[in-house]
Design a protein around this ligand. Sequence first.
Ligand SMILES: NC(=O)c1ccc[n+]([C@@H]2O[C@H](COP(=O)([O-])OP(=O)(O)OC[C@H]3O[C@@H](n4cnc5c(N)ncnc54)[C@H](OP(=O)(O)O)[C@@H]3O)[C@@H](O)[C@H]2O)c1
Length: 254
Amino acid sequence: MSTAISLAGKTALITGGGRGIGKAIAHRYAEAGANVVIASRKAEVLETTAHELASLPGRVEPIACHVGRVDQLEALLARTNQVFGPVDILINNSGTNVGQGPSLQLSDDALLKTFEVNLLAAHRLCRLTVPSMIERGGGSVINVASIAGLRPQFESLAYSTSKAALIMATRLWAVEWGRHQVRVNAICPGLVETDFSQFFWKNEAFMARLEANQPIARVGKPDEISWIALYLGSNESQWTTGQCFVIDGGATAN
Ligand SMILES: NC(=O)c1ccc[n+]([C@@H]2O[C@H](COP(=O)([O-])OP(=O)(O)OC[C@H]3O[C@@H](n4cnc5c(N)ncnc54)[C@H](OP(=O)(O)O)[C@@H]3O)[C@@H](O)[C@H]2O)c1
């Protein structure tokens, strides 16, 4: 009996797959044999990543897309279908945090933009991929949420509420689509060292608090989030749905 997880024959779509956590997942998936589309706004970043991963068993296709634009999401799916066929694993990983600051100063525009990228894009991508998963007998949706969706992140009204909504959407979709063998799970990382979170890990006072309170007292690495995504995309997790997997060095346990 092999203990290696294989994604051979599967097609995965990873938003925000050019860097950070999404790139680590793309690497893990291509290593496990999946064909992977990586999608985000910056074509040159995606192309560099696709080039770096080119020697792995799965193919990696970069497709530029702003996930807040319906026409670009439709074009993304059309191109994905053309290159690899229908999506088996959808990873809603692109995220934004505009509007960090005191709640009373948060503009309507910043709140709406955050929800457009962190929640609405996931809903739209499910609408574009899940019907075909249902027709073909199943699939896996993985939403990259955050521990900020489980407890308030200071002065992050837009971000925390959008991730809380994504966690609730995960459970709701899991309940709706379970009978079609479409599984939906969320990953909630703690502080991981990426461009996105540098506001926190470059802040000495914040890091001193983290080191005092978090059982494994350091920031995480993108690769440390990728393993749970590998499991959730694979057939090995076929009885796992509607769950939220917290990978945070124990931050929320304390
Ligand atoms: N790092 C952490 O501490 C942490 C903790 C908890 C949760 N998360 C979540 O993890 C996910 C990945 O973030 P990361 O930490 O890996 O940061 P990152 O390296 O900065 O990646 C963010 C990704 O999102 C993409 N993106 C942002 N806006 C987009 C848009 N409008 N359309 C398409 N793609 C867009 C970016 O690509 P382009 O700029 O090319 O568009 C980039 O690939 C996010 O959902 C974030 O909320 C991160």
